[in-house]
Structure formats: structure tokens, C-alpha cells
Design a protein around this ligand. Structure first.
Ligand SMILES: Cc1cc2nc3c(=O)[nH]c(=O)nc-3n(C[C@H](O)[C@H](O)[C@H](O)COP(=O)(O)OP(=O)(O)OC[C@H]3O[C@@H](n4cnc5c(N)ncnc54)[C@H](O)[C@@H]3O)c2cc1C
Length: 500
């Protein structure tokens, strides 16, 4: 049965999900544009916030504050892999504010509403020669989800996670009050919101750092056939001071010893005699396969990539997940004939997954991002090889800033440079059981002072999650702002038991 599902799922996706995705994207795109067009009015932002405040007050009256609240966004639309059970029982508040409110060039910030997404913000900023300092890969990722959850990109060694590029936040708390916070004002709240998963209130506005951008990224690909050499150079580049560091750093690990380090810089133009590679054209090979080919050449390579193609280089293949969904998706015939329909919509893939597919994923699959101290990268890669044995791995450095007030991510050691290691695929170890292996890796993370990205399945107990993520500040503020009964705590939204 499982073999049948693996073999024919690609055909089902190509025949049904890809065309449906085209219609869905066109519909959602026009709906989004229509809603945006009808509602887009930065000067109406205050009115929209008042509506959120009114809904919270109605919740008090209607439920006596006894049923916790959550956002009304359906679980299947979110990027998290599973849908939260809590959506069925909690009081839903519509927070679908999606406007870009203003750009302050002098201050270097953009003010946006929480449902504004990466695609929308980068399309607006790009013609102005600007960009968010951290642009997470998928266009559909929302500001609200990236701040209350987590968001990373290959510029995170300089700027940190998406939450670190926020300069001020506004939330509606359990009593319907609008509270603004920043490092200077209500600073405890400001540092408690990242990773809080909506457990403090509804985010209604964020001010985010923007940086000057250029049209092209020059990438240098450095192949390694020895793990230690790759880890050493990766660490050296990641730890360089801000002004000396490359704009973008990323690694792809292809086997126990083989890896490619990618170092990128913004450039104005492509020098004469050099060619631009528009990586995301539908007939081009998937990015990680393109890089794998460079590895086989054995020497340093370089190329010039248009900015948007760089930012979304893993989107067509969802890193390497697409191979599991459409096994023939990178074949030349498929790319030329049907590649223009790719990628399928993640929300539709989630909607069309049957129980059998979920079971299949539980026995054959792993989707995790582990955030670990850079000094443990070598040891961690060896541990992942022993316990999972899956390649490629995504390796991306990220800075955890030493903020005056520590929130959920409170590094054990005095180390600020971390690495996101992404494991997305079918482990090769014998008798793999997702829960058992994931629990081992979670325990390893707690031991080395690492963290788990919580969009993925976490099998930790409440106590273990609390050991990994410091809840001291969150608990204090939840008690002070009346959030304890108004919003579920992160565990009750992200644990495997809370998600279907
Ligand atoms: C296939 C896939 C690819 C991914 N690729 C990347 C990637 O390239 N880079 C990256 O950084 N991450 C990536 N992620 C992970 C992603 O960052 C998280 O899922 C993130 O939380 C984004 O979520 P979302 O916009 O769908 O928000 P949601 O999942 O809707 O929200 C996340 C949490 O934030 C809360 N929340 C959302 N809006 C509000 C609000 N207004 N007020 C209060 N609480 C709110 C929600 O209740 C929820 O608990 C990927 C995930 C998947 C499944």
C-alpha cells in the first residue's frame, strides 16, 4: 500500500493538484489583490485595529472569557506542516489585516500589517532598490507568522532571525487594549513576542528594518570533499564582522563528507563577459541539483543571479521535498512540458493528504529545522549522520543577538552564532520511526543548547519544551496581561498532540 502511494502520488499531484494549484493561485492572487484593493488604505489601519479590539471585547461578553482565542486563519492555509486542533474549539478572531502602511527611508523601516506576506512586501520594495534585511524563502509566509514563530534566510548571520529585524510591534492584548512595544517602550513585551505563537495577543502592526538592495547576487560556490574543511570555512565566514562578511552565506551538505559552501554578495550589474543565471525559470534544474552538479566539477565556480531568483532559489523544489511529491519533477521532459505549473500550492497538498499519507510520513519522513550553536556543527553533523543519514542538509548561519532582556531563545552558552540545519526527507537509517528518532534529536538539542523550529512536529513533553525554550518572561507577561485564559500557551498549539 505504502509503495503504491509513493509510486503514484506524483501522478495524482500532476493530474489534479498542479492544475488545481494554478486555479487556486489565480483565485487567491486575485482575491488577495481584490481584498487588498478594496481594503488597502493605510489611513484605515486604525479602524481595522479597532475591529480587532471590538472582537476581543465581544469575546469577553460572549464567552465570559472562558474559551481561549486564536486567529481565524484556517489551519490549512498556514505554512506549518500540520493543522492545529485548537482551531476547531477556540474563539476565532479575524486578524486579516494585510496592508503595507508606510516606508521610512531615513529610518530604514517599513510599517506593515500582520497578514502582509513576503511576496507582497518584496514586490513593493524591489523597484525602490530596497529589501527586507531578512527575506524568508516562500512568498506566502506572513509577517505575523514569522514574528510569532520564526523566520530565517541566508542573511541571518548578519541580521538574525526575522524577529530580530523588527524595530517595534503593536498587539491587542486579552483585555482589548492596543499596546505598542519596542526596545525602548514596553521592552519586556517586545522581547517576549518572538516564538510566543500568539500566546500574548494579536499582532496588528510591525515596523521592520529594510536595507538597500541591488539587482543581482554574485555567488561563489566552493565544493568540499572533507567535512572538517567545510565546517571550518563555514564558521570562519559566518563569524566575520558585519562589514567584512558576505551578504549571504549558505551550505548544502550532500553526504557525510561532501558539501558546497555558497557565499553571495549584492552587485549592481553583471560584468562584461559573464552571464546571468535566472535559476527559477521553469525549465532550469532544481537549485540543489544544479549545485550538486557544481560539486562534481571539483573546483570553485561563480555565477550571477537576479535578486528575486536568488531569494526564491529553493521555492520550485521546496528545498528537496518536491522529489517526494513528484519524483520525476526534475526530469528534463517534465520541466520543459509541465514545469511552468510548478510548484503545487502547499495548502492544497496539505488538504489532499490522506490518513495513509500521514502514516507514511510518520514512518518514512522527517521535516525539521534544528538551530544549534555553531561550535557544535561538526558534532551535530556526525550525530545526524548516525541517527538520520539523510542528505542534502540545509545549513544556514543565524545570529542570536544578546538582547538586554532575554526571551524564549536564551542560549545556554555565551555563544551568539547559531546554525539552522534543515532535514527534509526520507531518512536512510534502518527501521526509522519518526517519533523515536525525533525525540532522540530533540534530547540532543537540549543537551547542546540548541532549539527546534516549531512549525515542524515536536514530540517533546511540555516540560521538555519548557527546558528548551525559556518561558520565564512569557509566563510573567501572560499573567500580567490576562493572557493565561485568553490564549493557549505555545505547547498547546505546536506539540504533536495539538496538531493533526
Ligand atoms: C514547506 C515549508 C517551507 C518553509 N520555508 C521556510 C523558509 O524558507 N524560511 C523560513 O524562515 N521558514 C520557513 N518555513 C517555516 C515558517 O517560517 C513557519 O511556518 C512560520 O511560522 C510561517 O508561518 P505562516 O506565515 O504560515 O504563519 P502561521 O503558521 O499562520 O503562524 C505561525 C504562528 O504565529 C501565530 N500568528 C500568526 N499571525 C499572528 C498574529 N497576527 N497575531 C498573533 N499570532 C499570530 C499563529 O497563531 C501561529 O501560532 C517553512 C515551512 C514550511 C512548511
Amino acid at each position: 500500500m505504502f509503495d503504491f502511494l509513493i509510486k503514484y502520488r506524483g501522478i495524482f499531484v500532476v493530474l489534479f493538484v498542479l492544475p488545481a494549484s494554478m486555479i487556486f493561485k489565480a483565485y487567491m492572487g486575485s482575491r488577495h489583490r481584490l481584498i487588498f484593493f478594496l481594503n488597502s488604505a493605510p489611513d484605515k489601519h486604525d479602524e481595522r485595529v479597532q475591529k480587532v479590539q471590538q472582537q476581543v471585547k465581544d469575546w469577553q461578553e460572549k464567552t465570559g472569557g472562558k474559551v481561549p482565542m486564536c486567529t481565524a486563519r484556517p489551519g490549512w492555509q498556514a505554512m506549518s506542516l500540520k493543522q492545529g486542533n485548537y482551531k476547531k474549539t477556540h474563539y476565532q478572531v479575524d486578524v486579516s489585516l494585510m496592508d503595507i502602511l508606510s516606508i521610512d527611508r531615513e529610518k530604514g523601516t517599513v510599517r506593515v500589517e500582520p497578514m502582509a506576506n513576503m511576496g507582497q512586501i518584496s514586490s513593493l520594495l524591489k523597484p525602490l532598490g530596497l529589501s527586507l534585511a531578512v527575506v524568508p524563502e516562500l512568498d506566502a509566509l506572513t509577517v505575523g507568522g514569522l514574528i510569532n514563530g520564526f523566520g530565517i534566510e541566508s542573511s541571518s548571520h548578519k541580521y538574525g532571525l526575522f524577529q530580530h529585524i523588527c524595530t517595534s510591534l503593536e498587539i491587542v492584548t486579552a483585555d482589548g487594549e492596543l499596546v505598542k512595544c519596542s526596545p525602548e517602550e514596553n521592552s519586556e513585551l517586545f522581547y517576549a513576542i518572538p516564538w510566543s505563537y500568539g500566546s500574548l495577543g494579536f499582532l496588528v502592526c510591525a515596523e521592520i528594518k529594510i536595507v538597500p538592495s541591488k539587482d543581482v547576487v554574485h555567488i561563489t560556490y566552493i565544493p568540499y570533499t572533507e567535512k572538517q574543511a567545510f565546517v571550518d570555512r563555514f564558521a570562519e565566514e559566518s563569524l566575520k564582522p558585519f562589514d567584512e562578511a558576505y551578504d549571504f552565506i549558505e551550505g548544502l551538505v550532500y553526504s557525510e563528507q561532501e558539501a558546497v559552501l555558497m557565499l553571495g554578495n549584492f552587485v549592481d550589474t553583471v560584468p562584461a563577459g559573464k552571464t546571468k543565471n535566472a535559476l527559477n525559470n521553469f525549465w532550469k534544474p532544481w537549485f540543489y541539483e544544479h549545485v550538486r552538479n557544481l560539486l562534481t566539477k571539483g573546483t570553485e565556480q561563480e555565477e550571477y543571479v537576479p535578486l528575486r531568483h536568488y531569494y526564491h532559489r529553493h521555492t520550485r523544489s521546496f528545498f528537496w521535498e518536491m522529489e517526494q511529491i513528484i519524483p520525476f519533477g526534475n526530469s528534463t521532459w517534465f520541466r520543459y512540458l509541465l514545469g511552468w505549473m510548478s510548484p503545487p500550492e502547499i495548502s492544497l497538498i496539505k488538504l489532499t493528504e490522506t490518513e495513509a499519507i500521514h502514516e507514511l510520513y510518520d514512518t518514512h519522513h522527517m521535516d525539521q529545522d534544528f538551530l544549534l550553536p555553531l561550535s557544535t556543527l561538526d558534532q551535530s553533523l556526525s550525530y545526524f549522520h548516525q541517527e538520520v543519514d539523510f542528505y542534502p542538509l540545509w545549513i544556514c548561519p543565524m545570529r542570536v543577538f544578546d538582547t538586554p532582556i532575554r526571551g524564549m531563545v536564551n542560549p545556554l552558552r555565551n555563544e551568539q552564532m547559531f546554525v539552522d540545519v534543515g532535514i527534509y526527507g526520507e531518512p536512510n537509517i534502518a527501521n526509522y520511526i519518526a517519533k523515536d528518532t525525533t525525540r532522540k534529536l530533540e534530547a540532543f538539542m537540549r543537551e547542546i543548547g540548541g532549539f527546534q523550529a516549531l512549525y515542524a512536529d515536536t514530540y517533546q513533553t511540555r516540560e521538555e519544551l519548557r527546558e528548551m525554550f525559556d518561558h520565564t518572561l512569557l509566563d510573567k507577561l501572560r499573567a500580567e496581561t490576562g493572557a493565561l485564559k485568553a490564549f493557549p500557551e505555545p505547547y498547546d498549539k505546536v506539540s504533536r498532540a495539538a496538531r493533526t
